[in-house]
Design a protein around this ligand. Structure first.
Ligand code: AMP
Ligand code: MG
Length: 337
């Protein structure tokens, strides 16, 4: 199959929506990362999404709607708190896990009786949902396990020949996937995957915001994942990623002691004046780090890096999302100095 590159003109978005209606798969820009969009109610299309990514069948797809008011068409009940959160954060990078009804096939929800619902704010994704008139299932448009794509070029690299088209909408604004939450009680939520809607932001509307243990810790043998995606090694480039926590001085001496051919460090912009070894930078604060992280992980592979020492980001605010992706990219290899 030839994968067509579409622009984000109205005409081409109509083509993209037609493809989705006809059961095809299209790479679509969103404000988080690029998604692999398919009609969430079409079992055959969804099956091919899993195949194109090489994604395990028990890792559910998020369903994207044009407006949160449509969520009731695909769920059996929606708690008051979900409406309150939607009013503040939808459209935007927040996914709420809700009990699904029969209009969402089991294959889409990875066999769960719940479905993750998101209302994206990106003009292109929003328009394609509207034009297609379908709920759109869209996992990140990367090969399973590899860093998520934040540009049309990344999607082309992973998906060329496997999907019908990719819409080029420029580079993704946030750069990390949506915050995934479940509603625990009348006033309490659990973060299953951190993103740009932070714990601090959710705390303004919820009396309790629980950070699921799997966000920062490896699952123990036999432990059940609240979010199936947390079970898998994820976001990993070919290079071996090692996260190093500590001051800049201790980071420099650690890298100095472990330097060699194929080593490249990933440091903060503010570190570069005094960093004497080979490096790339990934921004000066958490938002920039989120925006740049996946692109840099891909660039490190392109540059032939084999071992990457990463300065650990903070775990406050959006930093928690960056830390969560990195700790998985590192297969939980963290050095504290
Ligand atoms: P991706 O599609 O690559 O953005 O990944 C979606 C993430 O959302 C995965 O980690 C899933 O495990 C999580 N997710 C999606 N739907 C559900 C659900 N119904 N319950 C729990 N987690 C979900
Ligand atoms: Mg993904």
């Amino acid at each position: 199959m030839d994968t067509v590159l579409l622009s984000d003109s109205n005409n081409e978005l109509e083509k993209a929506a037609d493809l989705i209606r006809n059961g095809e798969i299209v790479g679509i820009p969103t404000e988080t990362v690029y998604g692999l969009g398919a009609d969430a109610s079409n079992e055959d299309a969804v099956r091919r999404v899993f195949e194109a990514k090489g994604r395990p069948a028990d890792n559910p797809l998020i369903v994207h709607l044009a407006d949160f008011s449509q969520a009731k068409e695909y769920t059996t009940s929606i708690p008051e708190l979900a409406y309150k959160l939607a009013e503040r954060f939808c459209p935007g990078p927040l996914t709420m896990v809700l009990p699904k009804n029969d209009r969402i096939p089991m294959i889409t929800s990875g066999g769960l009786d719940t479905v993750g619902i998101r209302v994206p704010s990106h003009r292109v994704m929003h328009r394609i949902i509207e034009l297609s008139g379908r709920p759109i299932a869209a996992p990140s448009a990367n090969t399973s396990g590899y860093p998520s794509p934040t540009s049309a070029e990344h999607v082309m690299r992973d998906m060329n020949g496997k999907i019908a088209a990719v819409v080029d909408g420029g580079s993704s604004e946030f750069g990390v996937e949506s915050t995934v939450i479940s509603i625990e009680s009348r006033n309490s939520v659990r973060i299953l995957r951190p993103g740009c809607i932070t714990k601090e932001m959710l705390s303004e509307l919820c009396s309790e915001v629980i950070i699921d243990r799997a966000i920062l810790h490896e699952l123990e043998a036999g432990q059940k994942a609240a979010s199936p995606g947390m079970k898998y090694k994820h976001y990993s480039p070919k290079a071996d990623i090692i996260m190093v926590e500590g001051s800049l001085e201790s980071f420099i001496s650690y890298v100095g002691a472990h330097n060699g051919e194929g080593v490249c460090s990933l440091i903060f912009d503010t570190d570069k004046e005094c960093f004497p070894y080979r490096y790339m930078t990934y921004g000066k604060d958490s938002s920039e780090q989120a925006h740049l992280l996946f692109q840099r992980l891909r660039e490190l592979d392109d540059a032939g890096a084999e071992k990457v020492y990463v300065r650990a980001p903070e775990t406050e605010g959006v930093g928690l999302a960056v830390y969560n992706r990195l700790i998985r990219a590192a297969g939980f290899e963290v050095i504290r100095i």
